[in-house]
Design a protein. Sequence first.
Lengths: 113, 117
Amino acid sequence: GQQLNQSPQSMFIQEGEDVSMNCTSSSIFNTWLWYKQDPGEGPVLLIALYKAGELTSNGRLTAQFGITRKDSFLNISASIPSDVGIYFCAGQNYGGSQGNLIFGKGTKLSVKP
Amino acid sequence: EAQVTQNPRYLITVTGKKLTVTCSQNMNHEYMSWYRQDPGLGLRQIYYSMNVEVTDKGDVPEGYKVSRKEKRNFPLILESPSPNQTSLYFCASGRSSGRALRTGELFFGEGSRLTVL
């Protein structure tokens, strides 16, 4: 089935640093989404991208939908301790299976004050 | 308050003892899904439902059953739990139209941590 390759698997950064993570696939997607899971909770949607080439910001977060429709990246600027958690990318393909949403394996972010 | 509620949040059980994890949402969502989360493996889909009485297998359906008799509820049933089903389980809901999850936005419950001895 379709798979998403998310990298890096984990990151240890200093407070104030910028963060970048990405997701790639061998298949094209109609929608790319980024979720964040705080420790002990369920994932929550951060950003949704619906058009190839789209660049969207949500506060200190910026995400882009790759032109080829096979990749997406998420940047976090000036990280703070509450950015700690697991970030998941997800792709949606209207012609696919699995309820049309496939998740990457996640990037675990740790922020040192 | 819009939410997805799972119960129990924590459970320790023994091999072979049937159990049910309940999931209820109050957002009138058509779509509901179950995931399990294991270290290094991310979120893997177990079963999903596009609407009442419509369910489909996800990536890892073996050993699980589901039913969707009402729009708001989507219970996960482990008929004969085994230790390899020890995991953190998440229920999620979203809006769907026809066979597609609309917008891709899912609302997750807080998770149910299951340990099978």
